[in-house]
Design a protein around this ligand. Structure first.
Ligand code: ARG
Ligand code: ZN
Length: 882
């Protein structure tokens, strides 16, 4: 029987496939309402008849009543834009089933049944890029979090684990490569040029880890032998012309596999591991079991087209997805409120991996910079949420810097408190205890307590409370006792739904430096676990200089009430690389916040330029670290401290300080640029460091002497044999009004015509430029032949770059806000997930001075009024206006 009925979306009508049909007031889902599933699906077989326009899917589910469930006789199957084409129970046409919204309700009589469902999918018109979709001719899937329900009706929740068998059949010419999870068990030829493949995944998994890929792909192949001698076939699949850009991804994969064995004792568990690169992708990548699917930007890299930063991105994301095999797949999440269980932990794991592959202190500084620029604003804004949220409307909105990056910081604090060996005991116990389960954050914390021997009773507040703690530190010196006392206070600010907070345990590493010997007697780990806490240290004859939150042991805003002199001392002498960076950042931050109120402070500016000069001269540090020390704090981070403020005034003050430093250190910056330019291309730390300081020198110089900087940037561009130098030079040039700007931008475009990832860079270079005409440029580029709203990378390269370009986005007339709102309205019906990502920029209005804030709000209101808004955008807009 062919039953094609569904309330709102007639089957087989591709135009309807992605019409946003959402209730006006989307339901809020609460963590406290979790109940176990009433039915389990121990096994599922999927049969795909593949086609770009139409793919037919027959799913056969073995369902069993869950003894731990509530006894509900009705099987609840989630669906999204699906129609039932056929439905059978134990081989006979199903009876009594009904639709509830887009979900399917099937009453059953026994305790175990076989349910067979046919659905029809339309990959070519699936612009949401969730479920099964087409991307430049190939078919691929994205199921996390709730995309599997766009493929078939299923209990699409992570605590239902099934063994998957997948058969795919299709035209051999269109889909020569057929991939799914697990191991390839059989292939065969069909009629009329068709062929098929049968895949079997022995590891039970939740539906969000299902994946399928079919298309014209070629592979970079290698092998890895695990610590117990399992030989694994590795493949990185890309489109034909991209093969030569896959070596770095492959190398990163092999390094990840080895590292996870050595560092966490985790071994891979299948005979195959496949990575596929896809150019249309909402996020970075996806850890589907044995078949990771990646945004091309995190796979493809070669010196000509990828910067050193891109190389790091590939390494980090390849590691991240691979590490998920244990932290995510072998142990998954009970429900989506537990997302940080896998994401926070896996981000920490990828950070540790990258640190081990490169420079640990530089990696730490980069990670803290991201946290401060992206997570701190989130944590103090209308969308603030704990790393384990209590409620959501659309789970896609919770793939955030808080769940990911603050989640990693929270586990890092456990690592700091336990020390590396005890921490490893904790993770060993976690993996052993919960292997094969859908676990909770609480399970992780408990395993850490039992395995690492930590008492985390109060620490659990880090999972419950949102908001970045504000900590103050004041040092008091008692000459007669020879004692110094550190007085701490902490306050966790109110956040939406959480008006009052409790004190949390905050691990802070400190060192007390003698001013004359410039030495200290070892680091101390202090735990500030009350509103007020004090710690006394004896044996001092004069007040020491306090180096606090060394290594950034806690994700807090620390105000260490220190004089400029102490910061200058630490910037010059601290032996903790992070603390040294931090001291200089503090000094700069203080200067910039003061400058927008009272103009520059001559003495402090001089001190900053002197400190920066010392950084340029210091032979003890490598260029990678030097490059970090040369960077100014982000305006978004400054806004956290100054809010509400005029972001353009902050930006201007920042440019002026750069100009001051640039003119004070002009000769030394030029000398640095020359020295670094003489070092040839390689991926060694030395050569990478040289490229980093080369561009940083131009950045400072350009604020002081645009002509000199433009000439050097032009020379750097013309001499470049790699993308790091080329992009760095063009970034500087794009902000300077000079003839070379237009010429070299055009040269860049032509040189890389047809390369999508470099074309993204071309858009971003212009949208991120300091050119005052930047909004005109963005508008013109939105009509450029190479712009398409359908590709998330392209949309982000133009519009996300503009939204974070402070003087552009906050342009006085409100035009930047208007352009982002227009984009959201246009993009939302096509790709809700990507559209919703633009709301937080407008939602930050409380941090901005009243005139602009009113315009930002007005744009949010305009979006809120639109009809048929997606659940994703609706949730973000509503919360941002509250
Ligand atoms: N689990 C993926 C990762 O972090 C992210 C997938 C998120 N996808 C989404 N559509 N929200 O590795
Ligand atoms: Zn992840």
């Amino acid at each position: 029987m062919d039953i094609a009925r569904t309330p709102s979306n007639p089957a087989g009508n591709p135009e309807m496939a992605d019409a946003a049909v959402e209730p006006v007031d989307p339901a809020t889902i609460f963590r406290k309402n979790y109940t176990p599933p009433s039915w389990l699906v121990p096994e599922i077989r999927l049969d795909f008849d593949l086609g770009t326009e139409l793919t037919k899917c027959v799913a056969t589910l073995k369902v069993e009543r869950n003894p731990a469930g509530d006894g509900d006789q009705t099987l609840h199957l989630c669906g999204d834009n699906l129609a039932v084409m056929s439905l059978k129970v134990d081989g006979a046409d199903a009876e009594g089933w009904s639709m509830s919204g887009s979900n399917l309700l099937l009453p059953l009589t026994g305790t175990s049944h076989e349910v067979t469902i046919e659905t029809h999918l339309h990959p070519a018109t699936n612009s949401q890029l969730m479920g099964l979709y087409a991307s430049s001719g190939m078919l691929c899937t994205q199921c996390e979090a709730e995309g599997f329900r766009r493929i078939t009706f299923f209990p699409d929740r992570p605590d239902v684990l099934s063994k998957y068998t997948v058969r795919m059949e299709g035209d051999k010419e269109t889909f020569p490569v057929l991939l799914s999870n697990g191991n390839l068990v059989e292939t065969g030829e069909g009629e009329a040029g068709r062929h098929w493949a049968l895949w079997d995944d022995p590891w039970p998994k939740p539906s969000y880890l299902f994946a399928l890929v079919a298309g014209q792909l070629v592979a970079n192949r290698d092998t890895f032998t695990t610590m117990n001698g399992r030989k694994v076939e590795l493949a990185v699949w890309v489109r034909e012309g991209d093969l030569e850009r896959t070596d770095h991804a492959m190398r990163s994969l092999i390094n990840s596999m080895k590292w996870d064995e050595e560092t966490f004792g985790r071994e891979y568990d299948l005979d195959q591991f496949n990575i596929v690169a896809v150019s249309d992708f909402n996020m970075g990548a996806m850890e589907n079991k044995g078949l990771n699917i990646f945004n091309t930007r995190y796979v493809l890299a070669d010196p000509e087209t990828a910067t050193d930063g891109d190389y790091d991105g590939v390494e980090g994301v390849v590691g991240h997805e691979y590490f998920h095999n244990w932290s995510g797949n072998r142990i998954t999440c009970r429900d989506w409120f537990q997302l940080s269980l896998k994401e926070g932990f896996t981000v920490l794991r990828d950070q540790m991996f990258s640190a081990d592959m490169g420079s640990e202190p530089v990696k730490r500084i980069e990670d803290v910079r991201v946290l401060r620029a992206a997570q701190f604003p989130e944590d103090s804004g209308p969308l603030a949420h704990p790393i384990r949220p209590d409620s959501y409307q659309e789970i896609s909105n919770f793939y955030t810097a808080t769940v990911y990056n603050k989640g990693a910081e929270v586990i890092r604090m456990m690592h700091t408190m336990a020390g590396p060996e005890a921490f490893r005991k904790g993770t060993d116990l976690y993996f052993e205890r919960h292997d094969g389960e859908a676990a909770t954050c609480e399970d992780f914390v408990k395993a850490m307590e039992d395995g690492a021997g930590l008492d985390l009773a109060q620490f659990r507040l880090w999972y419950e409370q949102a908001g970045t703690p504000k900590v103050t530190m004041r040092a008091e010196f008692d000459q007669s006792e020879g004692a110094v006392t550190l007085h701490f206070t902490q306050k966790v600010p109110a956040t939406p739904g959480q008006p009052s907070k409790k004190a949390m345990p905050i691990p802070i590493k400190v060192a007390l430096f003698d001013r004359d010997t410039k030495a200290h007697d070892g680091e101390k780990l202090l735990i500030v676990d009350k509103d007020k806490a004090e710690f006394t240290f004896k044996g001092f004859t004069r007040p020491p200089v306090i180096s606090a939150n060394r290594g950034f042991t806690a994700p807090i805003q620390l105000d260490a009430e220190q004089g400029d002199d102490d910061l200058v001392f630490l910037a010059a002498n601290d032996d903790d690389a992070f603390a040294r960076y931090e001291a200089l950042q503090q000094l700069v931050t203080r200067e910039l916040l003061g400058a927008i109120e009272n103009g520059p402070d001559e003495k402090r500016r001089t001190a900053i330029a002197d400190a920066m000069g010392a950084v340029l001269d210091d032979t003890q540090i490598d260029d990678l670290m030097r490059g970090e020390l040369m960077m100014m704090p982000a305006v978004t981070f400054l806004l956290e401290l100054a809010a509400p403020a005029d972001p353009v005034a902050l930006h201007d003050a920042r440019e002026r300080l750069k100009g001051y430093i640039g003119s004070r250190l002009r000769d030394r910056l030029i000398a640095l640029h020359e020295r670094a330019s003489a070092i040839g291309y390689s991926l060694s730390a030395e050569a990478r460091g040289a490229r980093k300081v080369k561009t940083q020198a131009l950045v400072l110089l350009s604020a002081a002497d645009a002509k000199e900087a433009a000439a050097r940037a032009e020379a750097q561009y013309r001499a470049a044999d790699n993308m790091t130098d080329r992009q760095g030079a063009l970034m500087v040039l794009a902000g300077i009004d000079c003839p070379a700007r237009a010429e070299l931008l055009e040269d860049f475009r032509k040189r890389f015509e047809g390369n999508a990832l470099v074309t993204d860079k071309w858009f971003a270079l212009q949208a991120g430029s300091l050119d005052p005409m930047v909004l005109d440029t963005v508008e013109a580029l939105s009509n450029h032949a190479d712009f398409t709203i359908k590709n998330p990378n392209r949309v982000r390269s133009l519009y996300m770059t503009m939204a974070v370009n402070q003087p552009a986005f906050h342009e006085e007339s409100g035009r930047g806000y208007r352009m982002i709102a227009d984009l959201v309205l246009k993009l939302d019906p096509l790709n809700a997930q990507t559209a919703a990502r633009f709301i937080p920029a407008l939602g930050r209005w409380r941090k901005i001075e009243p005139k602009r804030a009113a315009m930002m709000r007005a744009e949010l209101e305009r979006i809120a009024k639109a009809e048929g808004l997606s659940k994703d955008t609706r949730e973000q807009v509503t919360k941002s206006l509250d």
